[in-house]
Design a protein around this ligand. Structure first.
Ligand SMILES: [Fe+2]
Length: 452
């Protein structure tokens, strides 16, 4: 199937799903959208392209947004999208700060399916100290996207949190994960060797629908919806209070449902006291939710960042049995993002046949570090693909695509993997896992009226 055919088919399926949601059959949809008799089915099955005019009319007539009818472009139809170093180099541009060249940026592999915006960046500014307030350091104002950064060479990392500036001298293999909107900067400690970073920014579930919804709801509502997690501001009972509000449940009613005393219930509801395991189970049953819904996540960030130096990073071999294919090193991350994993992979085997494939539910980004090329094999839709990637090459890998690395030409290649989740949160995975038989087929491509 040509890419534009897939796009048209997905657009048609979204139109059909929207009409179903609004309980419009073909005849009613045609009348309301001013379409010729008999054409709605052709739009819905992709024979006629859903054009801007039709989307505009649908968004005007029906309570939906143009965006609801817009599918994604599939730019990695073979499961993996590779970007060669030459292509990255061709995207090179120098960004100035305060009128002076400060960074050289190069794009690396991105995909329209995932929220990665990964850049290779070379530091053009050289400093001769590790002072956070060095006037040569030019700060940004922070940005929305989460940033995982991998350091190559003598790079100083600067970050600011609550008005206090910090500087951490980094070496190759060090990494950091940072929260949105914290100002930061980078500089080289010497011009004698390359000082670069891989700045792997991504939005995850913060971008897309959530941001659009909150932009309409506005600032005050977003402030009210925000759940603080920092020590001191964190209220373990916040989730309990939310469900009480949702169900219009009083303290007396919850106490009655759970058998927990009204005084203790009051203390637990929205307070700073954590329920014990037995109370959690009673509260979950009383509120009709799962225990996990009542638990707040934690963040291990200090002043907005999690720093992982290579010298004390955990590493192990993989897989646990059979031929050892890789040495894996765990890089910076945070419990706030349990579905983000940053890994450094040292490839130990020359023979791709012997190496075990790596598979994950996450979107994957990979970048070839070091000087040695690496063989990459993957399987997608029953087909097998094999490429050799050189240093500086990068790739995007779709979820659930098994990939295998092998050393090419006797080298010892090293690959950086950053795995993230997208819009498919655990809630969505549970939902598709509980659909009625045949539901998944229709969820990914609605092809019929909801009744016959
Ligand atoms: Fe950044």
């Amino acid at each position: 199937m040509r890419p534009e055919e897939g796009f048209a088919r997905r657009a048609g399926a979204l139109l059909r799903a929207a009409a179903n949601d609004l309980k419009r059959d073909d005849e009613n949809a045609e009348r309301e959208l001013g379409l010729e008799k008999g054409t709605f089915a052709q739009y819905a099955d992709g024979r006629r392209p859903v054009d801007w005019e039709l989307m505009r009319r649908a968004a005007q007539t029906w309570p939906l947004n143009e965006r609801d009818l817009l599918p994604l472009h599939d730019d990695s139809p073979a499961g993996v999208r590779i970007m060669r170093q030459e292509e990255s180099r061709a995207s090179s541009r120098v960004l100035s700060r305060a009128g002076e060249p400060y960074y050289e940026y190069r794009d690396t592999a991105m995909s329209r399916i995932a929220s990665y915006r990964p850049e290779w960046i070379r530091m053009l500014r050289v400093v001769d100290d590790n002072e956070p307030e060095n006037p040569l350091v030019q700060w940004n104002r922070g940005h929305l996207l989460y940033q995982f950064t991998y350091f190559i060479g003598p790079v100083n990392y600067y970050y600011r949190w609550d008005g206090v500036s910090h500087c951490v001298p980094m070496e190759t293999g060090d990494s950091v994960w940072g929260l949105p909107f914290a100002p930061h900067s980078f500089a080289a400690r010497t011009s004698a060797e390359p000082a670069c970073i891989l700045a792997l920014t991504y939005g995850g579930s913060l971008v897309g629908d959530a941001q659009r919804e909150l932009a309409v709801l506005g600032n005050a509502a977003t402030q009210a919806l925000a759940v603080p997690l920092a020590e001191g501001a964190r209220l373990p009972g916040a989730a309990i209070r939310s469900f009480m509000d949702a169900g219009a449940v009083t303290v007396a009613e919850l106490a009655d449902r759970t058998g927990i005393s009204p005084r203790r219930t009051e203390e637990l509801a929205g307070g700073s006291v954590s329920p014990d395991a037995k109370e959690l189970a009673l509260l979950a049953t009383g509120l009709g939710v799962s225990v996990r819904d009542l638990l707040l996540p934690r963040s291990g960030t200090v002043d907005g960042v999690s720093v992982q130096h290579a010298r004390d990073a955990r590493s192990w071999v993989w897989p646990g049995d059979g031929a050892t294919a890789y040495r894996i090193t765990r890089l910076a991350g945070d419990p706030l993002h349990p579905h983000t994993s940053a890994l450094q992979v040292d490839v130990l085997l020359d023979d791709v046949e012997q190496a075990a494939p790596l598979t994950t539910y996450q979107h994957q980004y990979l970048y070839v570090l070091g000087d040695d090329p690496v063989g990459l094999r993957w399987e997608f839709a029953g087909e097998r693909f094999e490429y050799t990637l050189g240093p500086g090459d990068s790739a995007y890998v779709r979820p659930q695509v098994p990939i295998t690395f092998a050393a090419a030409r006797g080298g010892r290649p090293r690959v950086l993997l950053l795995r993230i989740s997208g819009a498919v949160t655990p809630e969505v995975r549970y939902a598709v896992g509980t659909m009625a038989a045949g539901g998944i087929d229709r969820y990914v491509a609605e092809d019929r009226l909801w009744y016959s």
